[in-house]
Design a protein around this ligand. Sequence first.
Ligand code: ZN
Length: 591
Amino acid sequence: MSSPTQVLARKWRPRCFSELTGQDHVVRALTNALEQKRLHHAYLFTGTRGIGKTTIARILAKAFNCQAGVTPEPCGICSACIEIDGGRFVDLIEVDAASNTQVEKMRELLENALYAPTVARYKVYIIDEVHMLSKSAFNAMLKTLEEPPEHVKFILATTDPQKIPVTVLSRCLQFNLKQIPFPLIVSHLRHVLEQEHINCDATSLQLLARAAQGSMRDALSILDQAIAFGEGKIEEASVRDMLGAVDQGYLLDLLEVLAQRDGARMLAIADAMETRSLSFDAALQDLATLLHRLALAQIVPAAIGDDEPERDRVFQLAKTFAPEDIQLFYQIAIHGREDLGRAPDEYAGFTMTLLRMLAFIPEDFLSGGGETGRDRGTSGSSPAKSGSGKYPSTLGQAQDSGQTETKGRTETKGSGRAEMEKEGRSREGRVARNDSTGDSRRSAGPVPDSPERDPRPEKPGSTEFFSHSWITIVGHLKVNGLTRMLAQYCEVKSFSEDEIEFCVPELHKHLLDKTYQDRLQAAIREYLGKPVRLKFSVGVVNGMSPAEQENREKQEKQSQAIAAIESDPFVRDLVENFDAKLIVSSIKPIQ
Ligand SMILES: [Zn+2]
């Protein structure tokens, strides 16, 4: 099976400074120093993962060793350049400190440093994740740093500079790499797609770039993933599926009905989102992002690109709300997301956040559909009515006011049939859980049905953990992007009190990046409230991973929908008597 994954990240790895994106400040400093042949013996690159630390380190190694001489523009064609690019240059020693913490290995490496390079001008040591070295390993390194042999260059990289001893830090020339700004990621991805002759719509591009969270390496592997996922095509629907992203349409709808003060419709939208099992955590995050863009549209319209998805609606909403409203909603969204873990369940947390926004729309709010909304009688209780008529400017103040709380409750009662239904559902869930306590059959297999109905256990423990299915847990984990994908493709192989063993199918093994494994482990720990080790293997799976089960359900629904349409008398009549053709691919099951 030829998998295109990881190809792009490797293929598009910058090989010279001019190809680097988003680290101009570092490139400028290094270029100047190299031009003036001011070489230091130890460099330290810091910054979050996937932003180019080891890439810069390798270019720097070429700059030191290019046969054309020390230069900021290594030739790329001499044997040194080629071998460094190919990762087989004898005098470039790359160490991943995360796996080389023992002092003995470090000492051995550093003893070797004393010998002159075999072929190169400089023997270059790239030590990645250097903060992981043990204290004694650092001490061994310090000795070399204090009296470095002329022919040795150290290039250290870390995501966590605070864990590096000051004695070591003070001997390094330090560069802080920045997260790569969103627009730069978008334009780089666009460039790559053009070169690769792959079509991608603007919205998908934005979604992919946003999921990368400032990391170009992530951006390229997410892009690889999207290409594999969409079987060569990149389409918005499959990108959203892949990322578990919330359809922006829902959020724009929410803000529009908020402007109309229509609480009932707000809850209806939230219900629709719940039915689709969208992550409310991600929804609040995206809502905050959308509000940020609305604020930009109000104050710096030029900042909203022409290719912005739903550009017109964004500008329309920007006109509907006052800047203070947007600020307040933004704050409410952020706080709501923080509170999500403490909410009775995610649905309640999400809808409370929406209702809070509704409660804080000022009485004198006249623009948009404000007036009509009031007539619907869904929001007779604006707290802004009380006092000065000015709504509280910070959420903290608002929460302190007892009156506000009362109003909030009225609001929920007035418009929240769905809320009450939900409460009923939660009760069902609790009963079901009590039943299952003595039922060993339940704890054996996954319960694929409606994860959202299963409230999160108050004190999660291992038994309880597995009486809830892995699918349910995945629904609750605070992970996104590729980490969520990893979770979705994991099939539980075995578990014990403190260890879970997962199997991932061959096709998705590239998701087993250490970072995603670590993030998944952290999220599971957080969910369980106790330490747990994860083990991963690649192999044959039984189709029990959340992704595959979901996929099966989807296919079943799809074939049911097709069957229903095919057996429809009117459709049959059309086909039989009018030579009509059913376009099967256009059939979509009702959500
Ligand atoms: Zn060269």
